[in-house]
Structures are given as structure tokens and as C-alpha cells.
Design a protein around this ligand. Sequence first.
Ligand SMILES: Nc1ncnc2c1ncn2[C@@H]1O[C@H](COP(=O)(O)OP(=O)(O)OP(=O)(O)O)[C@@H](O)[C@H]1O
Length: 262
Amino acid sequence: MLSVDDLHLAAGPRELVHGVSFTLTPGEAIGLVGESGSGKTLTCRAILGVPPPGVTVTGGTIALAGEDVSRYTRRQWDRVRGTRVAAVFQDPASYLNPSLTVGRQLDEVLRVKNGLSRRDARARAVELFASMGLHRPEHVHGQYPYELSGGMLQRVLIAIAVSGDPDLLVADEATTALDVTVQAEVLDLIAGLRERRRLSLLLVSHDLAVVAQLCDRVVVLRDGRVVESGPTRQVLDDPADPYTRALVADHREYGLDRLVTR
Ligand SMILES: Nc1ncnc2c1ncn2[C@@H]1O[C@H](COP(=O)(O)OP(=O)(O)OP(=O)(O)O)[C@@H](O)[C@H]1O
């Protein structure tokens, strides 16, 4: 599904990611963890073909379903993004146009990406909103982003992300800004989608409890390198690397114990 092999990323002469490797099989969920600045977001953005301005892939490969996309042109990415890989990020409002209804924005994606007629796109959008757990989906369809709560906006963004039926969903701190109850609901939604759609999931979170709840395996990054990876239980219950041990120790007080024993 996804194979990242010896990935190097650099901003000019400064290398930021120094040979990261991991693989993700169909339907599997991997958590990318590590302290701030360890390279989680850069790695995800490279996988999505949207590295920050000035950052380039200087070595290694990123294979999506066996095809190396690491040097894809923008046009090649347009074909892949949304249909093979899609993403949700921390601040959903910033990914939506404030002057268009959320329904219209999903309709637009369905028309362009899936070639649906105006009427079919609207029907499909309402259906998608309903399957994201949005109540009164018809009504939500006609609402503007400012009328919706953070949790609802994230559900809208997830609907847009899965509308092209991708194989891989990248969720980078997607629930971080939400309050605890809403966070739990959105995590349930993502877990359900993964199961129903056989989505592979690459989840970035600073919250190990979230990773423990959702992920089969964990990859621990430090300063742009993988320090440890393995099954979630093994890495979080019995970390081999001192850095992972420190990360886990920091989280003990936040209820990791409770969540890791699923
Ligand atoms: N556009 C950029 N130009 C130069 N350096 C950058 C750029 N973006 C990120 N970096 C640097 O790359 C390193 C990794 O950043 P990255 O955003 O991937 O970390 P992260 O693990 O996602 O951290 P956080 O949890 O804070 O988001 C950091 O040292 C950061 O300062």
C-alpha cells in the first residue's frame, strides 16, 4: 500500500529527514510519533506530494501501491491525490472556503474528481455527510463553515477526504484541537471508516493514547530518523529505545495505561 524507503528530505543544504523507512499494508494503521520537530509532518507532506515550499525529496522512494511517487509532477499528483491517498489535518476551517457552503464544496470535489452531475453530486454529498455521523445532513449541506463546530467541520473534511475512495488516509493531528468528547467521536468515526472501507491509516499524533487506540504499529521518529518501530503494544508497553521510553513515561499520567490495554 505504502512503502517509504530511505526517504531524505532537505531544505536547501540542510537535511531535515535522514533516511526514514516504513511500510503500510492494506487496511493497516500506523502511528507516527515523536516530539515536536522530529519530522512527522514533513514525512506526511512528502507522502501527500505537498512538501512545504523549499523542502524537496533528496533521496529514497515513496511507493504508493507499488508506484514511486516521490518525484511526481503536480499533474501526476492531481491524478493520485484524493483517489489513492487523502488527508485530514488539525485545523479543518483553514481547508474550507469560508464563503461557500460546505455542501457545495463537497459537491465540487465529487463533480471534478468523480465526474458526477450536479444533482448526483448533491445526493452523494448528503449521503456522505450522513455516513460521517452528521445529523440532518441535508441541512448541513447548506451551511457555511462558520456555522459549524470544530467536530462537525472535521467530519466534513473527512467526508471530502474519503469522497474519492482513497486507499490511504493520512491524519496529521486531526483530532488535536477538539475537546475530549468530540475527539473520541471523531476517532471512532476514523476507526469505523477504516474498517468499512479497508482504508490504510497513517496517523500522526503527539498523543500516544490516541495512537494506542487506533494503530496496529508505531514508528517512532527523532530528529528525522526512525529510532524504533513495531507492534503498538510492544513499542508502548515495552519500549526498546530510551527515547521511546521517555516519550511513554511522559504520557503515563495522561491515561495511556487505560487505553493501551484494549
Ligand atoms: N519549510 C521548512 N523549511 C525549513 N525547515 C523546516 C520546514 N518545515 C519544517 N522544517 C524543520 O524540519 C524539522 C521537522 O519538522 P516537522 O514539522 O516535520 O516536525 P513534526 O515532528 O511534525 O513536529 P510538530 O509535532 O511540531 O508538528 C523541524 O526541525 C522543522 O523546523
